[in-house]
Ligand binder design. Structure first.
Ligand code: NOJ
Length: 533
């Protein structure tokens, strides 16, 4: 395994509860992942990122962790996780695990101890407990709102309130406390000792809060909100980096950083902090040549001064699936747009998602593929309300349908649910649409025109083309609604966002196209990879 693999890796995101169910309880697990390692090898990815597999009451699908150093029984055992790590490594696949340091579960022993110990106790210092405002403390300590709706504070029976930027079942850690810092270093070492190759850091920018907990409404414009992007967070990552660098396999960090200011984003990627951060501006951009070109230029300019590789991300387990998003009238990702269903032209979305795959797989840096993206799965927008499990649904007073539509269990084979996701007879935790017969990995493997075949071919070519694994991109002359760029001396990618077919630049060979060319020209919403010398 070579030195800085993470600078150009193709990384596949596994959302364990929806990937493959080995035990038959309808929920994906480690046994299921182990059974599909051959599929991942054939796909041609370099590494996996697994969403949390830790002990959890699953109030937020595992992003509420009760024990950071064990596996939830729903997913399997620690021994199985270790066997999986060894098997992935044997296949040359690296493994990145999720770490959730902003908050834990309300079932975490330290939070339970804090509840039991009462106001003023040392146990409460590890979290953010405060008296309320108002005559009887009946108002929350400040005006912060939870990301899932409602106040970011919940009152406990003794009258104090505790902070949770997400669900009430996810109390925020107090990172001022040395116990918290030390325990996370222990967790990092625990997994590094077991050979993991990196960590994806949940809510990476929010660990440190302004200790005065000021009202947000009182804050001046232009400074970070008091719960996010505080300068002290960088000290934590410098400490983490030292731990990661002390391991021979050289583990990496990828931060979930939803920051709008590119300079502040880049501060997390300084050489002694995180290796990479998710490119959410790219994920959020409309299907539009000018917008995407601006995002690509800005991304490269942001990363250059800190010598970090860019990442290219089209979707994940929190956002609308690409095929559906690109088929809508508004093709951006915004949290408002994820609240409810919107009509989508799935044929158009599929065409664009195929072109977007060739775009993202040929930009310089690392690329992420969210499970099911390689099958071209659409968002399931019509899940019945009674099956919705995302805390956003309940916390929003049933106004935000949440993120379940992109978390529907994968279809692997056969012509009826559970489509090989669970052993025959198993009932997946979210219902799969019967029409997914055409989207199974088995059906797509046989179809040379499928999304899966496109991804497999593109990932193979990516590995075989040295220019795609090097730095740098050069824009080629093109019409305003076309993006055309060269990588190295002999590779070019052209994407047509306009209605009219576009001329191709001079080339010696068409390596791969996301759709048929028309009389040698590139039709609307189509991309092509060219050998140019
Ligand atoms: C970001 C994760 O991706 C999301 O799924 C989760 O709900 C929040 N962080 C809170 O942990």
């Amino acid at each position: 395994m070579s030195g800085e693999w993470w600078r150009h890796a193709a990384i596949y995101q596994i959302y364990p509860r929806s990937f493959a169910d080995g035990t038959g309880d309808g929920i994906g697990d480690v046994a299921g992942i182990r059974g599909r390692l051959g599929y991942l090898k054939d796909l041609g990815i370099d590494a996996l990122w697994l969403s949390p597999w830790y002990t959890s009451p699953m109030a937020d699908a595992g992003y509420d962790v009760a024990d950071y150093r064990d596996i939830d029984p729903v997913f399997g055992t620690l021994a199985e996780a270790e066997a999986f790590l060894a098997e992935a490594h044997d296949l040359g696949i690296r493994v990145i695990v999720d770490i959730v340091p902003n908050h834990c579960s309300d079932r975490h022993p330290w939070f339970q101890a804090a509840l039991a110990a009462g106001p003023g106790s040392p146990e409460r210092q590890r979290f953010w407990f405060r008296p309320g405002r108002g005559d009887n403390g009946e108002q929350p300590p400040n005006d912060w709102q939870s990301n899932f709706g409602g106040p970011a504070w919940t009152r406990v029976p003794d009258g104090e309130w505790y902070l949770h930027l997400f669900a009430p079942e996810q109390p925020d850690w107090n990172w001022e406390h040395p116990d918290v810092r030390e325990d996370f270093l222990r967790t990092l070492r625990f997994w590094l000792d077991r050979g993991v190759d990196g960590f994806r850091i949940d809510v990476a920018e929010a660990l440190v809060k302004d200790p005065a907990l000021p009202d947000f409404a009182d804050m001046p414009i232009g400074v970070p909100a008091p719960w996010t992007d505080q300068d002290g967070v960088h000290e934590i990552y410098r400490e983490w980096r030292k731990v990661a660098d002390s391991y021979p396999q050289g583990a990496i960090f990828v931060g979930e950083l939803w920051l709008t200011d590119p300079e502040r984003f880049a501060r997390y990627l300084r050489p002694d902090e995180l290796h990479t951060g998710f490119n959410f501006p790219f994920l959020s951009a409309a299907w539009e040549a000018r917008d995407l070109r601006t995002v690509i230029d800005r991304t490269l300019a942001t990363h250059a001064p800190v010598s970090a590789p860019a990442t290219w991300v089209l979707s994940n387990h929190d956002v609308t699936r690409v095929v559906t998003r690109y088929g809508r009238a508004d093709t951006r990702h915004t949290w408002d747009l994820t609240r409810e269903a919107h009509p989508a032209d799935l044929a158009l979305g599929m065409k664009r998602a195929r072109a977007a795959a060739l775009l993202s797989l040929s930009l310089p840096g690392t690329v992420y593929v969210y499970q099911g993206e390689e099958l071209g799965l659409p968002e399931v927008q019509d899940l019945p309300e009674e099956v919705l499990a995302d805390p956003r649904w309940v916390r929003s007073g049933h106004t935000d349908r949440g993120r379940d539509g992109c978390r529907v269990p994968l279809p692997w084979s056969g012509d009826a649910p559970p489509f090989g996701f669970s052993p025959a007879g198993g009932r997946p935790w979210l219902p799969q649409p019967p029409e997914w017969t055409a989207w199974t990995a088995e059906a797509e493997s046989r179809d040379p025109g499928s999304m899966l075949t496109l991804y497999r071919t593109a990932l193979r070519l990516r590995h075989e083309t040295p220019a795609l694994l090097a730095d740098g991109l050069r824009w080629l002359p093109s019409a305003a609604d076309v993006l055309a760029y060269a990588r190295g001396d002999s590779f070019a990618c052209v994407v047509n966002f306009g209605a009219e077919p576009a001329e191709l630049p001079e080339h010696t060979e068409i390596l791969l196209a996301s759709g048929d060319l028309v009389a040698g020209r590139l039709p609307a919403d189509t991309a092509v990879w060219l050998r140019t010398a």
